[in-house]
Design a binder for this molecule. Structure first.
Ligand code: UD1
Length: 393
């Protein structure tokens, strides 16, 4: 980083994480700060504080990501845990305000679109602390998604809007945001992917299955090999909170997909809870070819994605990783805030919503698609450096 960006007083930055996708995004940013500090004098080093709101608290959804991604232990854990939208946001704000009173940072850096992102941006702004939003400008235009509300409000409040792609920058300009607040820096999740790609390649697929097999799975899981299985994840309220849509997805998986090829499903706690609530858990456990896992670690998920014939998912991050790895992906949503991942814009994903006929058609079409990795502009593994540069300048 150029010496022109050095400053005379120690700058204090609080970085916030709350839920699983945040950990993957903050890791390269914290690493970049550490690298910057190594080459600085004490006077112009950055004082970096990591706050975990505790929205995700299960070991498998939270701390399992810290050591493998090189994230230091959080300096503060607000321990807000699960709850309604208002409870999570409200409890985070109350607890985070105390941290701001104590620490008086120059900047609060939030990533992504989870409740922790919104709550901490809002608290910081009200306390007059500058806010930087990494992954700004994504829009699904679907106000039933809690994440869309989080994105819109966070972007209104942030002083610095760091965007992952040109669509996102255009969205912000279209909403009237001033040009100097917006910087196109690229996709920070891809920094993490590039930092871990070679290590992930070494991971043994069947060892992942053996290690993460869900404790309720009674059958001996089938052996899997590269390019011969589907990988599935689903956790959005729109897919799992209504019995009809979850039942349709479960039935398609059990009756159709898993008869074609093994389907590996690392199951999110929210989805597991709902499958049990709607009486679908037994059917899932009894389906041959459905390989049910607990949530897996970052390296393991990257490896599963690298070897998958195709992915079915409603996760935003996974759509981006599929694009860079070239894995054909059926996006189980009717809209996306990440259009750059869609086939029509060069990506590897196609929107299929929860329409089973469309999912069936696209599933069979996708089997004929070869892997074709693409790299959108500035998804080059150096986004975290540009983020820090933007804050410093
Ligand atoms: C949250 C994010 C979503 C992100 C997802 C990744 C919001 C609004 N949503 O959704 O954008 O894609 O994280 O996983 O912030 N639970 C546990 N253990 C945990 C965490 C959750 O058992 O460590 C269970 C609880 O029953 C909880 C439910 O999962 O009620 C949902 O968790 P929550 O944090 O509310 O939202 P996610 O669905 O994970």
């Amino acid at each position: 980083m150029g010496s022109s960006t050095r400053f005379e007083m120690a700058l204090k930055i609080i970085s916030v994480v709350g839920a699983r996708p945040n950990f993957v995004k903050i890791a390269p940013f914290l690493k970049t700060i550490a690298g910057y500090n190594q080459s600085s004098t004490t006077k112009n080093s950055i004082s970096s504080i990591l706050v975990h709101t505790g929205q995700h608290y299960h070991l498998s959804m939270s701390h399992a990501f810290f050591r493998p991604l090189g994230i230091p232990e959080p300096d503060v854990n607000l321990e807000v845990g699960s709850g309604s939208q208002a409870e999570q946001v409200g409890n985070t704000m109350i607890a985070f305000e105390k941290v701001l009173y104590r620490e008086r940072p120059d900047w609060v850096v939030v990533v992504g679109d989870v409740n922790a992102t919104l709550a901490c941006a809002l608290t910081a702004r009200k306390e007059g602390v500058k806010v930087c939003h990494i992954e700004a400008g994504l829009r699904s235009r679907d106000m039933t998604m809690p994440e869309e509300i989080n994105r819109l409000v966070t972007d209104c409040l942030a002083d610095l809007l760091l965007t992952p792609d040109r669509f996102a920058s255009e969205n912000l300009r279209g909403e009237g945001m001033e040009g100097e607040r917006i910087r196109f820096v690229g996709n920070i999740m891809i920094d993490t992917l590039e930092n871990n790609r070679s290590q992930a390649k070494e991971v043994d697929l069947n060892a992942v299955v053996a290690r993460y097999t869900h404790p309720d799975a009674r059958r001996v899981q089938c052996r899997i090999c590269d390019n011969s299985y589907a990988l599935m994840t689903v956790h959005r309220p729109s897919n799992v909170d209504a019995s009809k849509s979850l039942q349709q997805i479960a039935s398609f998986l059990c009756r159709e997909t898993s008869t074609e090829m093994p389907v590996i499903w690392p199951i999110h706690p929210r989805s597991e809870k709902k499958l049990k609530e709607f009486g679908l858990w037994g059917q899932i456990l009894e389906t041959n070819g459905l390989v049910l896992l607990t949530p897996v670690g970052y390296l393991e998920m990257l490896r599963l994605n690298m070897g998958a014939r195709l992915v079915l998912t409603d996760s935003g991050g996974l759509q981006e990783e599929c694009t860079v790895l070239g894995t054909p992906c059926l996006t189980l949503r009717s809209n996306t805030e990440r259009p750059i991942t869609l086939r029509e814009f060069g990506g590897s994903c196609v929107l299929v919503g929860s329409d089973i006929d469309l999912i069936r058609k696209e599933f069979h079409d996708a089997l004929d698609f070869p892997r074709r990795a693409i790299r959108p502009d500035l998804w080059d593994g150096h986004t975290a450096e540009r983020c820090l540069q933007a804050i410093l300048s």
